[in-house]
Design a protein around this ligand. Sequence first.
Ligand SMILES: [Mn+2]
Length: 326
Amino acid sequence: MILMMNNNIKDIRNIIFSGKNIAISAHTSPDGDAIGASCALAMAINQLGGKAKVFIEEYSDTFDVIPVNGVIEHNITDFKPDIYVAVDCGDIQRLGEFAQVYSNTPVRINIDHHKSNTYFGIYNYVDDESSSSSEIIYLIIRDLFGKFSNPDDIAACIYSGIVFDTGGFRHTSTKSQTLLFASELIKYNFNFNKIYNTIFNTRKYSEAKAMGKALCNMKNCFNSQIVYSYLTENEIAQCGTTSEGLSEIVNYLKGISGCETAVFVYERTKGVFKVSMRSDDKADVSIVAVKFGGGGHAKAAGCTIESENIETVLKSVICEIEKSLA
Ligand SMILES: [Mn+2]
């Protein structure tokens, strides 16, 4: 039986800092929180005489702004950890290729803030009220900052993770403690302005081109409550971007005032269309997505539809959205 119970945070700290070889991994497709939390912990251990390495997948160059100080490696075959810390992973599968070594390590720790966490470690600390795993890592190493030889990079990593997961302190996960910690962290010497702007205010030229094209194609209907747009395979190729470079378009459409539901459709390959939807409280777009074999959440959902042309796809999706808005 798995006890869904947290260990004492001080006990977890004592175990981690007593290890010889400590491996740290975060979830596959690492994001700002995964990178910041795991690297901050590794640097903290290394600066107090331990030996820690972070094993994570390659990540988007947006996150190169996070000063990870060479603690990251991608291949674990030559490292035999006696302690393995999973960070920001809801379950063991989220460790991807590192799950096997994690399972074979005698002391397994799980630090996370996902509600769905399965308490897969021998020692667990999960707080779904926490803004980020980085905030939890700060809680663990906060008292040690006076002992670090280079606290600036550690502070920068934690700050990056908190900023990323809170959407720049905009999400409701931002608590009083989150801002208190952020205010402590910016006392250290790092460029928090650059971190913020690189993570939230930077895009590739090709992505901006695609956004521009999508805004040219934009239309609204249903008393302006539905805002939609699309890009064909040809248009995407002309902009020189990939599907990842299109991910912000639907959010931008949703931000248009009066928009209840936003839809963005793009042609992945000839006759195959990816539909993304965003909604406020009025329409549950997960219900619409499920009708077309997709899924998601009430406010963010998607599906893939095969069809002759993009007009037919838009027409059938919008028809379903109108039913839920009516
Ligand atoms: Mn996170």
